[in-house]
Design a protein around this ligand. Structure first.
Ligand code: MG
Length: 162
């Protein structure tokens, strides 16, 4: 078994859609970034690559590379998974904490898990997404952006861990 951790944070900006786990969530602002700024999916990618010892998202998908401007981050997750899968791994489970003062994320968790499960070719039941807030503290608490922490467990394909 191998474990990886991922962390990401993006600031809110006006005039962009809010995408989390590939789900477009109705809100007056979206996250700023070179891609679709899907902070949850970025943290999952970093945890996945970290577990496999494959570096990080910036190493594979450069933040200044024009081919990734506005790209759907789920596509980057699919590409990352192809790379990790080719190494003989499968995903044991994914656990994520999304720190967002607003909007409420609970109605969208199932859709996010379904998208991530599809990209990672795994059961949705092995993906857990926990929304929380920063309790008003600091930039996250004043609603300036969203942060996400994720862990991914990988097992050897054919092993008894998955
Ligand atoms: Mg990011």
């Amino acid at each position: 078994m191998r474990i990886g951790i991922g962390y990401d944070i993006h600031p809110f900006v006006a005039g962009r859609p809010l995408i989390l786990g590939g789900v477009e969530i109705p809100f007056e602002r979206g996250l700023d970034g070179h891609s679709d700024a899907d902070v949850l999916t970025h943290a999952v990618i970093d945890a996945l690559l970290g577990a496999a010892g494959e570096g990080d998202i910036g190493h594979h998908f450069g933040a200044s590379d024009p081919q990734y401007r506005g790209v759907r981050s789920l596509r980057l997750l699919e590409e990352s998974w192809r790379r990790v899968k080719a190494r003989g791994f499968r995903v044991g489970n994914v656990d994520a904490t999304v720190v967002a003062e607003a909007p409420p994320l609970a109605p969208h968790l199932k859709g996010m898990a379904a998208n991530l499960a599809r990209a990672l070719e795994m059961e949705e039941a092995r993906i857990n997404i926990k929304p929380t807030t920063a309790k008003g503290l600091g930039p996250l608490g004043s609603g300036e952006g969203i942060a996400c922490l994720t862990v991914v467990l990988l097992t050897e394909a054919g092993g008894d861990g998955a």
